[in-house]
Design a protein around this ligand. Structure first.
Ligand code: AMP
Ligand code: MG
Length: 412
């Protein structure tokens, strides 16, 4: 089978997974989920014209020649309902959020006034109709869609949901994900250190990548390179919506994942993607379970997760934003890749006045997990290969942890 381009393989994966059904959850538990219903405003907000400032509700027509002295006829606090109509030559003292009284059409803020006596105020400024007035329904109007279906629930969205009294919301279900490591050489976390073994890190790195999407995966453990044992583990994994198997997907004589998966009626869509790291990447589906055969090399499995598994999981959760954000950066040093494979180079990002600067985190060996641990992003080198100079512009896919930076990043 030919080696697919990353974008082709992504398309095949995304065509093979569908958004899951929905469930109702409490507002307090909904952060990070995706709305499977549109949310409508349950009233006008504000419910009437209100003042946006502490000051005086006035008739703008009164304020033509300065200064003007107005009689204060009422004191309106937030939560009060005004009872007195403001007549010519009059005003009402009003607080932020309090309803506008009849007769008044503008608010003058207290800083632009001088109290003359207990019931009179001098005003030194003219004012336009509607000044510092928030009109009824300005924030939301009864029946209008305030949050469309498919939106991710962020803290701001939670605020809107609370505003419309959505104590429970319909969201897309999260996929059930199982993680399986394979290899005779692997040492489980609970086993004592054996100098001849390789610690199983993939289980935990993949676990964390899944958790970062808001999903708690099931850890199936380590299957030895034995077809019968592997089959038992894979059967358990096929009870989930998504099964991530790492290792054993290559073409070595002890790489049993491929034949065993096929034996279990997983219809394989591809085995090879033209990318580095991440070369032996398999994907198939039973119709119920999407199966990813990820490379055993720790960096490769993580990079493949970001390119293929994360978009698939996000689609299943109904999120239209499938891909990690990319930014343009300048190269801090030359970079060269050979043609034939899309290369993902682990980089650190710093920022200066000209924008982002990307520098390699060190050896790019697919086993060099430390270079992944230090990475802010993956610099994407084109499949055609490239010889780039210091300062050339490149595309960097941001990884977790890049939403925050060391300095504020703006000047005032
Ligand atoms: P494989 O894809 O099975 O040929 O494995 C490729 C390389 O990745 C080998 O050096 C394995 O020891 C290593 N490897 C495989 N699985 C894991 C794992 N779960 N944790 C750490 N390294 C692994
Ligand atoms: Mg192996």
């Amino acid at each position: 089978m030919e080696h697919l381009k990353v974008s082709t393989a992504q398309r095949i994966v995304l065509e093979s997974v569908a958004t899951l059904g929905n469930e109702s959850i409490a507002l307090q538990q909904s952060l990070g989920r995706v709305l499977s219903e549109s949310i409508l405003a349950n009233r006008d907000l504000p419910p009437y014209d209100v003042s946006a400032m502490d000051g005086f509700a006035v008739r703008s027509a009164d304020l033509t020649s300065m200064p003007v002295i107005l009689k204060i006829v009422e004191d309106i606090r937030a939560g009060d309902m005004p009872t007195v109509t403001v007549q010519a030559g009059q005003c009402s003292r009003i607080m932020t959020g309090a309803p506008m009284p009849q007769g008044a059409d503008a608010v003058i803020q207290v800083e632009d006034t001088q109290q003359v006596s207990s019931d009179t105020v001098q005003i030194d400024k003219t004012v336009a109709i509607g000044n510092h007035v928030r009109s009824r329904g300005e924030n939301m109007k009864l029946g209008e869609v305030v949050l469309p279906k498919g939106g991710e629930i962020t803290p701001g969205v939670i605020g809107v949901l609370a505003t419309v009294k959505a104590t429970h919301v319909q969201v897309y279900r999260r996929p059930r994900v199982a993680i399986l490591s394979t290899g005779n050489e692997l040492e489980a976390m609970h086993e004592p250190v054996d100098p001849n073994k390789i610690p199983d890190s993939n289980t935990y790195a993949l676990m964390a990548q899944v958790q970062a999407l808001g999903i708690e995966p099931a850890l199936l453990g380590i299957a030895r390179d034995d077809p019968a044992e592997l089959e038992q583990y894979l059967l358990r994994g096929l009870e989930y919506d998504v099964l991530l198997v790492s290792g054993g997907t290559s073409v070595g004589v002890h790489d049993y994942v491929r034949p065993t998966i096929e034996k279990l009626n997983v219809s394989m869509k591809f085995w090879r993607v033209a990318m580095k790291p991440g070369h032996p990447l398999a994907f198939g589906t039973t119709g119920k379970t999407a199966v990813f055969g990820l490379p055993g090399n720790p960096v490769s499995s993580m990079v493949c997760f970001e390119q293929f598994v994360a978009p698939a999981l996000r689609r299943m959760m109904g999120n239209p934003r499938l891909y990690r954000r990319t930014v343009t950066a300048r190269l801090a040093h030359p970079a060269r890749t050979r043609p034939g494979r899309t290369e993902f180079i682990r980089v650190q990002l710093t920022q200066d006045d000209a924008g982002y600067l990307a520098s390699s985190t060190g050896t790019q060996s697919s086993g060099a997990l430390l270079s992944m641990a230090r990475a802010d992003g993956l610099l994407i080198m084109p499949t055609a290969g490239a010889s780039l100079a210091k300062g050339d512009l490149v595309t960097v896919q941001l990884l977790d942890g890049t939403a925050f930076q060391n300095n504020a990043g703006f000047k005032e």
